[in-house]
Write a protein that binds this ligand. Structure first.
Ligand SMILES: [Zn+2]
Length: 84
């Protein structure tokens, strides 16, 4: 059963923010270290819809202590980079 459902949003950086949040939650709930890397299977309980880059990029979840990335992160407008 999902503990928390994250409302889907449109922009890529918003998805990255939600992936980052889901990773933190996953790490706490499953007693993982910051070096652990969750799979999409691990992540899917936190999302009603699969995170999808609106421009067609591919997401890398990365380790808990790293920011998730989009394959389009070098795009000039910065829309595919996690903002803090
Ligand atoms: Zn993207």
């Amino acid at each position: 059963m999902p503990v928390r459902r994250i409302k889907p949003m449109t922009a890529c950086f918003q998805w990255l923010d939600q992936i980052a949040g889901a990773k933190d939650q996953w790490a706490v709930e499953h007693n993982k270290s910051t070096n652990d890397i969750p799979t999409w299977e691990d992540m899917k309980q936190y999302f009603r819809d699969t995170p999808t880059c609106p421009a067609g990029g591919t997401y890398s979840i990365n380790a808990v202590n790293e920011a998730p990335t989009c394959s389009l992160q070098n795009a000039t407008n910065g829309a595919h980079i996690l903002r803090h």
